[in-house]
Design a protein around this ligand. Structure first.
Ligand code: GDP
Ligand code: MG
Length: 165
């Protein structure tokens, strides 16, 4: 049989996980990565970076009309973040479940073993991010790592290069 290029990843799904500035500055990184690995995720890629106002506004564009948007942008730009591509079967839903609910105060009651319960402070400073769907995961992974991470050719780069020739 012809071997598929993706044979090593059969059944695997990818999601974008991020330790937000409060998680990094609060020294929660090691604990969170341990929980990730213990839950059976592989960490396919990782990068330490930070947002500026422009990149944060693009990353959180879906929330631009919400009343908490300005506060969210201020929070997410205040320090370094650790961005990871997590890989496992059902990665998107399983990482959301390991993170717990958005509101860390609610998480402490309803999901006491979740990461947001352990490290989060409130509905905004909740220490981690996770893609909410396969489609968001694809967009968010491409946001940080480019389209190569989805196994496809990065046409925007090809178009750019061909425009130069
Ligand atoms: P998530 O998918 O669980 O991260 O939640 P959302 O996509 O709804 O919101 C994105 C981020 O905005 C959250 O993780 C919080 O950091 C922040 N956020 C969400 N809802 C609120 C809110 O009601 N008030 C404030 N101040 N921040 C919020
Ligand atoms: Mg979200």
């Amino acid at each position: 049989p012809v071997r598929s290029l993706t044979s090593g990843n059969a059944g695997k799904e990818r999601t974008l996980a991020m330790i937000k500035p409060d998680g990094v500055s609060g020294n929660h990184t090691e604990k969170i990565k341990e929980a990730i690995l213990e839950s059976g995720f592989g960490i396919a890629k990782e990068i330490v970076t930070s947002f500026n106002e422009d990149s944060a506004s693009r990353f959180y564009a879906e929330h631009s009309l919400k009343k908490f948007f300005v506060s969210l942008i201020k929070y997410i730009t205040r320090g370094q973040v650790l961005v990871m591509v997590l890989e496992k079967e059902n990665a998107v839903a399983d990482w959301r479940s390991l993170m717990g609910p958005t509101d860390a105060q609610e998480a402490k009651i309803s999901h006491p073993n979740s990461i947001r319960a352990m490290c989060g402070l409130n509905i905004e400073q909740n220490c981690v991010h996770g893609s909410d769907s396969l489609q968001s995961a694809r967009r968010e992974i491409a946001f940080f790592f480019g389209d190569m991470s989805s196994g496809s050719v990065n046409f925007s780069i090809l178009n750019y290069i061909s425009g130069l020739i």
